[in-house]
Design a protein around this ligand. Structure first.
Ligand code: FES
Ligand SMILES: [Fe+2]
Length: 437
């Protein structure tokens, strides 16, 4: 029975998770709308919490590993915008994928004039540079009247940490260093990075999931990371799992400080409970012989105590893995899809770096596909609608509000659209225990 469950849950997740960017675009050819509106329930939910439908604009987003952009142009969709990326003479460029001439996909085109920094549309050969300026119309000869008249949208693009980043927004781009995930940009750390496939989730469901501390020991209990561990119940006294610390309106730290404050809480870890009239949980899980994970004693992230999870805008989380941070960065594709940048970051020197490089191939399957694949498997089949919140959902509510209040330019853009930022009084929906928050 357990084996069947393992096979069904973990192995099938591994095999069936995600889709390629190309498959997504292939499904949409010949006039399928790339971004149909969300169902009414979803729109109501997002409006209620003032959350954007497809991610916060005015941020740098990671796109792909530098090495993934070679001689051929690559198309990616971010926050509903289709973008053609190409590299010429080492430099990366990004312009709107739709050719202003008659709508061909520029990323299906070619680098016809290496060294000129241009890309040529596959249809009639209109050729654009990295500023989006039309530079030549191949079939119209060098004296065509069009080049001086046509300019398409260009995107600020940068390479850092062996990743290509693009600015999606309406404001002027800020220096990219401001938006690199805080742990990943510490001088001297090593970053092991990869990108997931495309998931069929609205970004906001995963955004909530990042801070939802109570799902982990339940949903992930059969993951490779947790399979052999005793899993303690986290909130038996009804208190929130985390304490929140805001850093400059940029980072939301979730501190696991309760144990330190109340030593008896750590001594009295409970691994098994009887639910009146329902039964015992977990059932006889005799194979869990490893104790709960110990938190690290030191941290390389200034100002953040060891063990704290860190949540950053627009949509990433750093969770603690021994003395390393695991990063998951949501990249909203459109209203129905997202993909992620995953990274492991820490001070890895010499042999340890080599060992982690080798082990990362395994970790990226056991953790980045199976473990977080359990999240996407749940989210994929979740639906928007009214939420009956428990007091312990305060974590999620805090994170939503923090993001909306602090996301760059977001409040201003909402006000200019006439949207007053009144949050629902969710206290009416919580049962009790608000005073402990
Ligand atoms: S559609 Fe691009 S050149 Fe004609
Ligand atoms: Fe999870």
């Amino acid at each position: 029975m357990k084996l069947r469950q393992l096979f069904k849950n973990e192995f099938l997740t591994l095999l069936t998770q995600g889709d390629t960017h190309e498959a997504l675009f292939e499904r949409e050819i010949h006039g399928h709308a790339p971004e149909p509106p969300l169902p009414e329930e979803a729109r109501q939910h997002l409006e209620r919490w003032h959350m954007p439908e497809q991610g916060f604009r005015n941020y740098w987003y990671p796109v792909m590993l530098s090495r993934q952009l070679k001689k051929r142009p690559v198309k990616r969709r971010l926050l509903g915008e289709d973008i053609a990326f190409w590299r010429d003479g080492g430099k990366v460029n990004a312009i709107a994928d739709r050719c202003p001439h008659r709508g061909a996909s520029i990323s299906r085109g070619h680098i016809r004039f290496p060294g000129s920094g241009t890309i040529t549309c596959p249809y009639h050969g209109w050729t654009y540079d990295g500023t989006g300026q039309l530079r030549a119309c191949i079939q119209e000869g060098p004296h065509s009247v069009m080049p001086s008249k046509v300019k398409t949208k260009a995107y600020p693009v940068e390479e850092r940490l062996n990743v290509i980043w693009v600015w999606i927004g309406d404001m002027e781009a800020v220096p990219i260093e401001e938006d690199l995930p805080v742990a990943m940009k510490i001088p001297g750390v090593a970053n092991l990075i990869h990108f997931t496939k495309v998931w069929n989730n609205n970004w906001s469901l995963l955004f909530d999931n990042f801070i939802d501390g109570l799902h982990a020991p339940y949903l992930h209990r059969l993951s490779p990371q947790f399979l052999l561990r005793k899993l303690a119940f986290r909130a038996l006294d009804g208190r929130p799992h985390f304490q929140f610390v805001e850093h400059d309106g940029k980072l939301l730290e979730c501190a696991h400080t309760r144990g330190a404050q109340r030593p008896e809480a750590r001594q009295g870890l409970v691994f098994e409970m009887e639910y009146p009239g329902v039964g015992k949980f977990p059932h006889n899980e005799w194979w869990r012989f490893r104790g709960p994970k110990m938190r690290p004693k030191e941290n390389f992230l200034p100002g953040i105590p060891p063990g704290s999870f860190v949540h950053g805008l627009p949509s990433y989380v750093h969770t603690v893995h021994k003395d390393l941070y695991f990063t998951q960065f949501i990249i909203p594709v459109d209203r129905y899809h997202l993909y992620n940048m995953c990274a492991l970051t820490g001070h890895l020197d010499g042999m340890r770096k080599l060992a982690w490089r080798l082990y990362y191939n395994i970790f990226s399957v056991t953790h980045d596909r199976i473990f977080i694949g359990q999240d996407t498997r749940v989210l994929r089949y979740s639906t928007f609608g009214p939420e009956r919140l428990s007091p312990l959902d305060q974590d999620v509510i805090y994170w939503r509000k923090f993001a909306v209040r602090n996301a760059r330019g977001y409040m201003k853009s909402q006000k200019s659209k006439g949207n007053e930022m009144n949050f629902p009084d969710e206290s009416a929906e919580f049962n009790t225990l608000r005073e402990v928050f």
